[in-house]
Write a protein that binds this ligand. Structure first.
Ligand code: TXA
Ligand code: MG
Length: 355
């Protein structure tokens, strides 16, 4: 067991002394959790194979699911990637720093273990003062998966990180809750047209505006379990975002029909003696009768639903509910990322209601 130290940092104006403590740990091959605009990352030196191995171990992450490499200077892309297509440059120019990860052909400088032996590498430049200055002071690219135990919801506060990784990592930089709340959008630029492998903080609509033609990989938008024959993004085939309770997702285009079906399901589980939870929205929260009812925010501002998603799922665990029934949201804007996480969290236990 390590002793995990937690240091508070001002997210807007981090003190250099604190960042340097963290940077030294990274340079010595240690593990530092830090905030980004999306979720907390678990950072290690991307070019140090031993540090990478320790990161996989600390997270209990399968070795075949590589982390994202974080940079603070756009020029570093040319060191980590063999070829940078024009479309990638366009995205870097307009959307970096930001919640967008680019998959590119990898250069020889990147160790095998960092990319799980793939011939591609996932790179992003986060939009967060703490993350950027940590990378800068470390003087190395930082590989950082989300700072949760594998399979658990991603952490959006330092408390979430501590809960999962206390005693397993060296340091947590506590910069308060993260702004966006879901992970970055992962776009594959080794194919043309580029393809979204994971919907996230940068909306599909935004990518279309910048690039014109962008496709959504089928696995990113499915509503049932499919066999991904050749998982281009290894994360596609792993179980994800799961709270301890069982989760059922109710989808449909009519809000009233959804509410009705959610309540029916809750009543059935309550009759079986189960402790029940509803994941509702501002518009519907007052209409339910269950042991715990939580609102994700307004259906009209899907951004707010992303922000609270992972902490809501973790809070249901604290309440020790047996079953969560969640309302489906519109598949637009940040709603696409939220629904992707909820569908995975449900293990594709999805109930559809018709108009
Ligand atoms: O917002 C985020 O992206 C956060 C913060 C910390 O930056 N990071 C994050 O990392 O979510 P992680 O490791 O939890 O998710 C990385 C995703 C996984 O789905 C992984 O399979 C995919 O990126 N990925 C990594 N390298 C890849 C590659 N070469 N090709 C395709 N997908 C890749
Ligand atoms: Mg993750």
């Amino acid at each position: 067991m390590k002793r995990t130290v937690v240091l508070k940092v001002n997210p807007l104006k981090p003190r250099l002394e604190i960042i340097r403590v963290a940077a030294r740990i990274i340079q010595n091959g240690g593990l530092v959790a830090f905030p980004t605009e999306t979720v907390y990352g678990l950072g290690v030196d991307a070019l140090n194979p031993k540090a990478i191995k320790n990161m996989f171990k600390a997270k209990k992450r399968p070795l075949d699911n590589p982390p994202i490499i974080h940079i603070a200077d756009k020029n570093d892309v040319y060191m980590l990637a063999k070829r940078v297509p024009k479309k990638a440059e366009k995205l870097m120019k307009t959307l970096w720093p930001g919640p967008l990860t680019l998959v590119l052909e990898r250069s020889k400088i990147v160790p095998d273990i960092t990319v799980s032996g793939l011939d591609t590498v996932a790179i992003r430049m986060p939009k967060h003062k703490v993350a950027l200055s940590l990378i800068w002071e470390s003087k190395v690219p930082i590989a950082a998966p989300s700072a949760n135990l594998a399979g658990r919801p991603s952490p959006t506060t330092a408390g979430h990180v501590l809960r999962d990784l206390d005693g397993r990592i060296d340091l947590i930089l506590d910069g308060g809750p993260t702004r966006i709340g879901v992970e970055s959008t992962v776009v594959d630029l080794t194919v043309d047209p580029p393809q979204v492998l994971r919907p996230g903080g940068t909306t599909y609509e935004r990518l279309v505006k910048v690039l014109g033609d962008v496709q959504l990989h089928p696995a990113a938008i499915v509503d049932r379990r499919i066999k991904v024959l050749q998982a281009r993004s290894p994360g596609m085939k792993h179980r994800h975002y799961a709270p301890r309770a069982k989760l059922i997702l109710v989808e449909g285009s009519s809000m009233d029909k959804i509410v009705e079906r959610v309540q029916e399901l809750i009543n059935e589980f309550a009759d079986e003696g189960k402790k029940t939870g509803v994941l509702a929205t501002e518009e519907t929260v007052k209409r339910y009768k269950a042991d715990v009812v939580r609102s994700l925010g307004s259906r009209k501002r899907l951004r707010t639903t992303a922000k609270g998603l992972f902490s809501c799922l973790r809070e249901f665990d604290n309440d020790r509910v047996d079953i969560i029934v969640a309302e489906g949201l519109p598949l637009k804007g940040l709603g696409l990322a939220v629904m992707n996480r909820l569908r995975k969290a449900s293990g594709y236990k999805i109930v559809k209601v018709e108009d």
